[in-house]
Ligand binder design. Structure first.
Ligand SMILES: *[C@@H]1O[C@H](CO)[C@@H](O)[C@H](O)[C@H]1NC(C)=O
Ligand SMILES: *[C@@H]1O[C@H](CO)[C@@H](O)[C@H](O)[C@H]1NC(C)=O
Ligand SMILES: *[C@@H]1O[C@H](CO)[C@@H](O)[C@H](O)[C@H]1NC(C)=O
Ligand SMILES: *[C@@H]1O[C@H](CO)[C@@H](O)[C@H](O)[C@H]1NC(C)=O
Ligand SMILES: *[C@@H]1O[C@H](CO)[C@@H](O)[C@H](O)[C@H]1NC(C)=O
Ligand SMILES: *[C@@H]1O[C@H](CO)[C@@H](O)[C@H](O)[C@H]1NC(C)=O
Ligand SMILES: *[C@@H]1O[C@H](CO)[C@@H](O)[C@H](O)[C@H]1NC(C)=O
Length: 391
C-alpha cells in the first residue's frame, strides 16, 4: 500500500465516521415539537466523486407541489451543507422533504408529534431495549450531530434526575430488576442565544434469566406426617422451577373424597426464577388416609422430581394437649375440695368432736354408763379452751 492509497483510505474512514454516522437514512421520521431537529443527506461515495456540492432542498406537504427551501423560508430553518436544521421543529413542519444533488434525490417523510407537557419525555418517542437480569446494561447519553453545541447533559430515570452536568452521562452495570424504567437523556444546547433541549428516552425492560434450571422440590423426599384421626391436615409442596414446568399431586382421588388440592401459588424470585407451592388438604383424616403415599411431582422437559408424604397415626406416648389440660383442671378441683374440707373441719371442729363423742357415748351406753361425768367435763374444758382462744 503506497502513501496515496493510505491517505485515501484514511480519508474514506474519516468521512464515514463523521458524516455517514449521523446522516438520516430512515425514510419515515418522527420528531417532537420544540426540539432542535435535522435531516441529513446520506451521500453515496459515487455522488461525492462527482464533487457536486450544491444540493437543493424541497418540501411538499399534503397535495401541495414541491416548494424550494432557502434560508429566507423560515427563521427556524438553517440550510447547511447536506443538512437541513430546524431550530426548533414545529407541528407545521410536517411533510415530505427532498434533497437533490446531481441526479440523486433522497426523500423523507417527517411527522411531528406534540410534546407531553406532564412528563419529562414523550411516550411515543421512546426506544425500547430489553436486557436479561445480571447481564450487562449500558445506557449512554450521546448525540453525535449536536456534540459540539451541547452545553450539558442530564440523565433522568422515570423523570427523577440521576446524573447531571456530565459531558456524556452513562450507566454501566449488571442489570437488576429494579433497573427497569424510562431513562431520559436531556441534552441542553445554545443556538443564537437561545437554550434548547433534546430528549432521548430509553424504555429499559429487564427480563428474567433465560437460563433453564433443573426443577427441584424443596424439603426431604419422604415425609412422615403424624396425624390424629378426625383432624384436618395440610401437606405443603413447593418447588423451584421454570415458568412452564408443572407441579401436581398424585393420589387415588376416587376413594379419597376428603382430599382437596389447593390452588397453586407462583411467584418470581428476585433472581428471576419461579417458586411454586401447592398444598393438599386432607379433611377429617380417616383410617384409609394413613400409610398411603401422597406424591407431589414437578415435571419439566429436563426431568422430574417427586416427593412423598405418608400420614401416620400420632403416637400416644406423649400426652395430647387437650388431655393434659383436662387433667390439670381435675387436679386443681381436687385441691380446692381438700382445702374446703379442711376449712370446714377447723370451723366446726368442736361440733365434730361433740358429734364424735356422741357417737362414742352411744357406744358406751351400750357397754355401760361408768365414764359419763368424765366426758361431760372434757367437753366443757374444750369449749372453754376455744372461747379463750377466740377472745
Ligand atoms: C425542554 O424544552 C421544552 C421546551 O421546548 C421545555 O418545555 C422543557 O421543560 C425543557 N426540558 C427541560 C428538562 O428543561
Ligand atoms: C447522472 O447524470 C449524469 C449526467 O448529468 C449521467 O451521465 C449519469 O449517467 C447519471 N447517473 C445516473 C445514475 O442516472
Ligand atoms: C416499555 O416497555 C414495556 C415492556 O416491553 C412495554 O410494556 C411498555 O408499553 C413500553 N412503554 C412504552 C411507552 O413504549
Ligand atoms: C453553558 O452555559 C452556561 C450558561 O448557561 C455558560 O456559563 C457555560 O459557559 C456554558 N458551557 C459551555 C461549555 O458552553
Ligand atoms: C408452603 O411453603 C412455602 C415455603 O416453603 C410457603 O412460601 C408457602 O406459603 C406455604 N404454603 C402454605 C399453603 O402453607
Ligand atoms: C380424579 O381426578 C381426575 C383428573 O384429575 C378427574 O377428572 C376426576 O374427576 C377426579 N375424580 C374425583 C372423584 O375427584
Ligand atoms: C409415590 O412415590 C413412590 C416413590 O417415588 C412410589 O413408590 C409410589 O408408587 C407413588 N405413588 C403414587 C400413588 O404415585
Amino acid at each position: 500500500m503506497n502513501c496515496r492509497e493510505l491517505t485515501l483510505t484514511l480519508w474514506v474512514l474519516i468521512f464515514v465516521s463523521t458524516t455517514e454516522s449521523s446522516c438520516t437514512s430512515r425514510p419515515h421520521i418522527t420528531a417532537v415539537e420544540g426540539e432542535p431537529f435535522y435531516l441529513k443527506y446520506c451521500s453515496s461515495s459515487h455522488a461525492h466523486a462527482i464533487e457536486a456540492n450544491t444540493g437543493r432542498w424541497q418540501k411538499s406537504s399534503g397535495s401541495q407541489k414541491r416548494v424550494e427551501l432557502n434560508p429566507s423560508s423560515s427563521p427556524r430553518l438553517c440550510l447547511q451543507d447536506h443538512a437541513l436544521e430546524f431550530w426548533p421543529v414545529e407541528l407545521n413542519d410536517m411533510g415530505s422533504y427532498f434533497f437533490q444533488m446531481g441526479n440523486h434525490t433522497q426523500e423523507w417523510n417527517l411527522n411531528v408529534i406534540r410534546r407531553n407537557k406532564h412528563s419529562c419525555f414523550t411516550e411515543k418517542q421512546v426506544t425500547s431495549k430489553a436486557v436479561r437480569v445480571k447481564k450487562f446494561l449500558q445506557i449512554t447519553c450521546e448525540n453525535s450531530y449536536y456534540q459540539k453545541l451541547v452545553n450539558s447533559t442530564s440523565l433522568y430515570k422515570n423523570c427523577k434526575k440521576l446524573l447531571e452536568n456530565k459531558e456524556n452521562p452513562m450507566i454501566k452495570k449488571n442489570a437488576e430488576f429494579e433497573d427497569q424504567g424510562y431513562y431520559s437523556c436531556v441534552h441542553f444546547l445554545h443556538h443564537d442565544g437561545k437554550l434548547f433541549n433534546i430528549t432521548k428516552t430509553f424504555n429499559i425492560t429487564v427480563l428474567g434469566d433465560s437460563g433453564y434450571i433443573v426443577p427441584v422440590l424443596l424439603g426431604s423426599k419422604l415425609n412422615h406426617v403424624a396425624v390424629e384421626l378426625g383432624k384436618d391436615v395440610s401437606l405443603n409442596c413447593s418447588a423451584l422451577l421454570n415458568q412452564k414446568d408443572i407441579l401436581y399431586w398424585m393420589y387415588d382421588n376416587g376413594s379419597d373424597l376428603n382430599v382437596h388440592e389447593e390452588k397453586e401459588i407462583r411467584i418470581m424470585t428476585s433472581e428471576g426464577r419461579w417458586h411454586a407451592s401447592k398444598a393438599l388438604r386432607i379433611e377429617n383424616v380417616a383410617e384409609h388416609n394413613l400409610n398411603f403415599a401422597y406424591n407431589c411431582t414437578v415435571t419439566s422437559t429436563g426431568g422430574t422430581d417427586t416427593k412423598s408424604f405418608i400420614l401416620v397415626r400420632k403416637a400416644m406416648a406423649d400426652i395430647p394437649g387437650h388431655i393434659f389440660t383436662r387433667g390439670m383442671i381435675i387436679a386443681v378441683l381436687a385441691l380446692v375440695a381438700v382445702v374446703c374440707l379442711v376449712t370446714v373441719c377447723v370451723i366446726y371442729r368442736v361440733d365434730l368432736v361433740l358429734f364424735y363423742r356422741h357417737l362414742m357415748r352411744r357406744d358406751e351406753t351400750l357397754t355401760g354408763n361408768t365414764r359419763n361425768s368424765g366426758i361431760s367435763y372434757l367437753t366443757l374444758s374444750v369449749r372453754n379452751q376455744i372461747n379463750r382462744h377466740k377472745s
